[in-house]
Design a binder for this molecule. Structure first.
Ligand code: KIV
Length: 257
């Protein structure tokens, strides 16, 4: 089937319209299921590190990890917009490195856009990547790559700071911005103040769209964050199925003649 993917421009044009639905994806089969379910955007998040690769944080995730998993998500889908995270230390050092890392995600994995964390301090990197012709999704509020190094995981409620970051990533050319763990009233103010869509995670109902981590939605992790909603118990179903398989093999009931 030929690809007819939602573009970054089409996502930007959804500002104030029907809510945008985004979920993370890390492999072809679950990406296909999400696309078949009508999800608009698939985020190959660097949450990959925790939910798939078994790390404690996103910090060890490499550009190579992101390339491999993004390519799998692209291969599994035809319509959804695929946005890939730039992992820690693939964009912080210089504009040149940021453009090169973003370019690799577009060229080598087939992502249609990239996402990077940071507000006003990251705006020059966003502008450099956008100048190279690559659409960028911003990510402000709680920044998972560095939260554990000092700032912590509390909800961000400083209206002036969050607004300034939002305006900076918009001015730098982002087509949309993720608001992570931002106080719901602040997120509503930011959503009203920006021309680009806001996509919330733990940021209340007023954002232009919502994103959740696939493994939280499907009940594949032991302790999902309180703001996530668990829509299925796939982890439990998998354990039951695998236990039934093991029991049948041990009992000589599988395979049959
Ligand atoms: O990596 C990720 O899953 C993310 C979401 C939390 C937005 O960046």
């Amino acid at each position: 089937m030929a690809d007819r993917r939602l573009t970054a421009g089409a996502v930007a044009a959804r500002k104030g319209g029907a809510p945008i639905v985004m979920v993370t994806a890390y492999d072809a089969p679950f990406a296909r299921a999400a696309e078949e379910a009508g999800i608009d955007l698939l985020l190959v998040g660097d949450s990959l590190g925790m939910v798939v690769l078994g790390y404690e944080s996103t910090i060890p995730v490499t550009l190579h990890d992101m390339l491999r998993h993004t390519a799998a998500v692209v291969r599994g889908t035809h319509q959804a917009h695929v946005v890939a995270d730039l992992p820690f230390l693939s964009y912080q050092v210089s504009d040149e490195e940021a453009v090169r890392s973003a370019g690799m995600l577009i060229k080598d994995s087939g992502a249609l856009s990239v996402k990077l964390e940071g507000g006003a301090e990251t705006a020059p990197r966003i502008a450099a990547i956008v100048r190279a012709g690559i659409p960028v999704m911003g990510h402000i509020g709680l920044l998972p790559q560095t939260a554990g190094l000092g700032p912590g995981y509390r909800t961000r409620g400083d209206r002036e700071r969050v607004l300034a970051d939002a305006r900076a990533v918009e001015a730098a050319g982002s087509y949309a911005v993720v608001l992570e763990k931002v106080d719901a009233e602040v997120a509503a103010d930011v959503t009203r103040a920006l021309r680009i869509p806001t996509i919330g995670i733990g940021a209340g109902a007023a954002c232009d769209g919502q994103v959740l981590v696939m493994h939280d939605v499907l009940g594949l992790v032991a302790n999902p964050p309180p703001f996530a909603k668990v829509y299925a118990r796939i982890g439990e179903a998998a354990r039951e199925a695998l236990a039934a398989y093991a029991a049948e093999v041990r009992a000589g009931a599988f395979p049959t003649k």
